[in-house]
Design a protein around this ligand. Structure first.
Ligand code: UN1
Length: 512
């Protein structure tokens, strides 16, 4: 069991001992080749050091890929239902540890406890789903065009998979990648986001405690250029999965293309929520607040644009802004907090810079826009929930992914106009429509250019057993979640068994 050796206490300054976490390679917790480390600090109180992690380099990636390659030789031969049992056991372990993991996640990335509990739950859900896949992994068995010939396609593992994960759903998104990959018989090297490595450690620890063999899942912590790039470049890595920005996606996708790796990119969003005149406004306001400010706006599915029909536009903004102003911002460990901090100083600066951009562009700043840095806020990266109205769909605040608590409200004439505005961006992840008119709902389901559409719910809240991902600059056509992930982490092999005892030439020897 690796539980006891994952971290060792070290004394940092005069504060209480801070745990030092090592890389996890070949079933062992090991220091990085560089001998250097970095700190993981609480964004709600930067005096709180959550842990110290290895600042790794290419040599560590090489060691992890080598271990994963050796482990693959055996792991691929374990029957999928047996592999899946270990994942099922990991789910049960995560249930026992849910509260502790949620608290640690709030400390390392800031989102409120209700949401970090949801993040751990999403990993549990993904574990149960993928454990079930171990007994499915369906492939087609079809009639052959020849007599006495059998035809089917089976799923085979790919090999070593490299994973680069984001900080906003540090356990859930790691689970979307690791769990289907291992059930399908692959082995993995994961590089968690440098802001949130602990939650990925907690997920992997559940695996190791469930009995997954050494080398099947390896963690190398550090930064993109030193760890992410060599991982994507490594010739023995046959599949790469990234969740991150479209800018990083372009780099990783380019690297992967050079060696024909499978590559799944899950990137940015600028997700529209449309509110028509006939909508239940109470519901739409509540949904828009949750979708816009949940996770401090730091979801790729965040409701960052609200497109409201003119008949209810004034009433909607008045009531929406009143609600946004009342949101309780603070440390997510306080159960009464509704919105936590930005994940780090850089993200906060980006959020604030977009406030200035929106004002320069002539949008109306209705509330928020300021950093909160007095009193209890002084040690964290807090800002006010921010709402711009009368936003033109072409403004940068309506086009670019901010990844913060900044919502743009845009007026529209009717559904057709709303859909044109909704689709008029480079991204296509999530979308939503509030209406009571079933005809309009189905027209929107057909016409919104996005990977996900919600009716009478905001743009967030995807469940793990349906495909997750988007169109245009949101990705490269793959989907996580459900069967999409099984498709990504397997290679099809078509099998023909000829039991006729003679040469039968397909397409040529056509039976009478
Ligand atoms: C993300 O926004 O990066 O659908 C992932 C949701 C969550 C996952 C979001 N289940 O909002």
């Amino acid at each position: 069991m690796a539980t006891d050796t994952m971290a060792s206490p070290a004394t940092v300054g005069s504060s209480p001992p801070t745990k030092v976490f090592k890389n996890f390679i070949d079933g062992e917790w090991v220091e990085s080749s560089t001998g250097e480390t970095f700190e993981n600090r609480n964004p709600a109180d930067t005096r709180d050091v959550v842990g110290i992690f290895q600042k790794s380099a290419k040599a560590d990636v090489d060691a992890a890929v080598d271990a994963a390659k050796r482990a693959f030789a055996k792991w691929r031969l374990i029957p999928a239902p047996r592999r899946a049992e270990l994942v099922f056991r990991a789910a049960e372990i995560l249930i026992e540890r849910k509260e502790d993991h949620a608290r640690e996640m709030t400390r390392e990335m800031g989102k409120v406890l209700a949401e970090t509990r949801g993040d751990v739950q999403e990993a549990i859900d993904a574990a149960y789903y993928n454990a079930g896949e171990g007994r499915r992994m369906f492939g087609p068995t079809v009639p052959s065009e020849m007599p006495n010939k059998f035809a089917m396609a089976v799923r085979q593992p790919i090999g070593v998979c490299g994973m680069i994960t984001p900080w906003n759903f540090p356990m859930a998104i790691s689970s979307w990648k690791l769990l289907p990959a291992v059930v399908c018989g692959n082995t993995c090297v994961i590089k968690p986001a440098q802001d949130t490595p602990l939650s990925t450690f907690n997920l992997v620890r559940a695996f190791t405690d469930a009995g997954i063999p050494g080398g099947v899942v390896n963690i190398v912590t550090g930064f993109g250029p030193e760890v992410g790039t060599p991982l994507a470049e490594h010739e023995d890595v046959r599949a790469v999965s990234l969740t991150g920005s479209s800018a990083v996606g372009r780099i990783i996708g380019g690297i992967a293309a050079k060696s024909f790796k499978h590559c799944s990119l899950e990137l940015g969003g600028k997700n529209p929520m449309i509110v028509l005149d006939d909508a239940n406004l109470d519901l739409a306001i509540e949904g828009g607040i949750w979708g816009g400010f949940g996770t401090t706006g730091q979801r790729c599915t965040a409701t960052s644009r609200i497109i409201v029909q003119k008949g209810v536009y004034r009433e909607f903004i008045e009531r929406y802004v009143a609600r946004a102003k009342k949101l309780k911002v603070g440390n997510g460990l306080d159960e009464t907090t509704e919105m936590g901090p930005a994940v780090n100083e850089k993200q906060l600066q980006t959020d604030l810079s977009y406030v200035a951009i929106g004002q320069d562009e002539g949008a109306k700043l209705m509330c928020g826009g300021n950093r909160l840095d007095q009193g209890n806020y002084q040690y964290g990266w807090f800002m006010e929930p921010t709402v711009f109205t009368d936003v033109d769909p072409k403004m940068r605040i309506a086009q670019e992914e901010i990844f913060g608590p900044v919502v743009s409200i845009i007026p529209c004439d009717d559904l057709e106009d709303a859909i044109a505005i909704a689709n008029g961006i480079e991204y296509g992840l999530s979308s939503s429509l509030y209406t009571k008119d079933v005809n309009k709902a189905f027209a929107a389901i057909r016409d919104l250019d996005a990977g996900i559409t919600y009716i009478n719910a905001p743009t967030i809240g995807a469940e793990v057993h349906l495909p997750f991902g988007g169109t245009k600059a949101t990705g490269n056509g793959h989907r996580e979640g459900g069967i999409g992930a099984i498709d990504f982490y397997t290679e099809w092999k078509s099998v023909y068994v000829d039991y006729s005892d003679k040469l039968q030439r397909a397409q040529i020897d056509r039976p009478e």
